[in-house]
Design a protein around this ligand. Structure first.
Ligand code: ZN
Length: 268
């Protein structure tokens, strides 16, 4: 465990999928998480910070996108097309027209599968059809949109599914806490949550470590609301994180731009 990971663990909430399956499944999930399978040596000139949003609750569109734009920045929104327009117990997911609006405002849209399954439970064909279906969903909305980057639902995968998906996307983001620096695994980028247990001091520590290591810090959250769920944050906390990153000399970039800065594919 790195120093950065220890900042964020242990979480008092054990995700139900973290205990999925028997010993072999746990081994495969661990290999996916810890074995570098898509290696790149980062050559960024300046420390980088990205803000990413998963699923996406409509408050991330309403507040999250605006907070970034007010600071002259853009985010990456990992969207599962099958969730678009749905209403859950404690959140409403953005609809198709909101996706188009995000793209029009120069935010990046990434793939989060179509129906948000636990990737590890899928065989290769079913997983491929999940990815195809999401691609078709967005192609029908925005023919010019390229889904270049992927995020694992629940942050987990088996090693075979990781190898499968990393071949289709320029990067895949997980939820293993830490800063991407030096040799980076584009098959499962590390990320740091902004959620119910995050405060301004934790954000400052993570940004400071990013500056020290000239790394790439990828934050992730879900809803952005005055009264957020446990996996979301307030607009104020998000704005403070962006301000901290900028004040510390970091460049705030989308995942697409971050890949360009580290010298990986994705340049244009
Ligand atoms: Zn998700």
């Amino acid at each position: 465990m790195t120093a950065t990971e220890s900042l964020y663990l242990p979480s008092p909430v054990i995700h139900p999928y973290a205990t999925l399956g028997g010993p072999l499944q746990r081994l495969s999930r661990g290999l996916a998480r810890y074995v570098v399978t898509k290696r790149v040596h980062a050559r960024n000139d300046r420390p980088l910070v990205s803000f990413t949003f998963d699923d996406i609750p409509d408050t991330a569109f309403i507040h999250g996108a605006r907070v970034l734009e007010d600071r002259g920045a853009r985010g990456t929104f990992y969207i599962a097309g099958g969730l678009c327009g749905t209403i859950e117990t404690d959140r409403r997911l953005i609809d198709a027209s909101d996706c188009v609006e995000l793209h029009r405002r120069s935010h990046e849209i990434g793939c989060h599968t179509f129906s948000h399954p636990v990737v590890q439970t899928l065989d290769a064909d079913v997983f491929a059809s999940e990815l195809d279906r999401n691609k078709e969903f967005f192609a029908s909305l925005m023919p010019d949109l390229a889904l270049e980057n992927f995020c694992y639902p629940y942050g987990i995968a088996s090693l075979p599914r990781k190898l499968q998906v990393q071949a289709r996307f320029q990067s895949c983001r997980g939820s293993r806490a830490g800063i991407n620096a030096g040799v980076i695994d584009l098959g499962m980028l590390r990320a740091v949550p902004i959620d119910y247990k995050t405060d301004a001091a934790m954000i400052v520590r993570a940004v400071d470590e990013t500056v020290r290591s000239n790394g790439w810090l990828i934050f992730f959250t879900h809803d952005v609301a005055p009264d957020p769920t446990w996996i979301g944050c307030t607009p104020q906390l998000l704005d403070g994180a962006i301000a901290t990153a900028l004040r510390s000399g970091c460049e705030v970039v989308t995942i697409h731009e971050g890949l360009r800065r580290i010298g990986s594919q994705g340049s244009d």
